[in-house]
Design a protein around this ligand. Sequence first.
Ligand code: SF4
Length: 246
Amino acid sequence: MTDFGELEHYSAGDLLSWAVDCYGDQFAIASSFQKEDMVLTDLASVAVAKAVSPRRLRVFTLDTGRLPEETYSMMEAVRSRYGVTVESVFPDREEVERMVAANGPNLFFISPELRHCCCDIRKTRPLGRKLRELRAWATGLRREQSATRAHIPKVAEVDEKIKLNPLADWTASQVEQYTREHGLPVHPLYARGYASIGCAPCTRAIQPGEPERAGRWWWEQGNKECGIHFDANGSVRRGVAAQPDH
Ligand code: SF4
């Protein structure tokens, strides 16, 4: 396993430049169009513009089929602002059909197991498929967001892919400040009290003072993760990129 310790001291912009130069078109930003993802995309566009060799900005998103309408507006905003193709990754149609036929469209409310099944089919497996065409990817995770994320490194090798969390040490105020100063588009649901935004049925606004991710799967206790980054026990999720085709 490679030691990425030195990169821990890099700024977010320098880290993205490093990834763009090292991995070129096999590096992409994972975005759900939350504030962090917008900052990441903006910084990556700068990194691409000043890359040593010609590079292109790559942004992908997991379109679960249950996203809020406002997220699609953000997708359009990114497409027009940066002139990029947002690469939508969809779940396997047959898997979704089988899951919904067996458990109904709102199975996530029935049990934690079925919620995880839905996240697995709509998010984790499609992500694994996407990662197979990449060597490196970046997320907008921040340590401050939750106890599960408190110790994420800026760079790590997971499933033989280089995973970057360039905003790991950013605070929410830094994200806000960057967003303001650069006039970035902001997901409309923040103005309605959302602090973290995912699928429409599984996300809601939070009350002042509640943890940032309290609105995700609000009916559940325990860790508020979908399984992409961490498993149900809060451990780093491995095996995502190594899944067989379904
Ligand atoms: S967040 Fe909800 S709707 Fe989206 S994949 Fe997970 S369980 Fe399914």
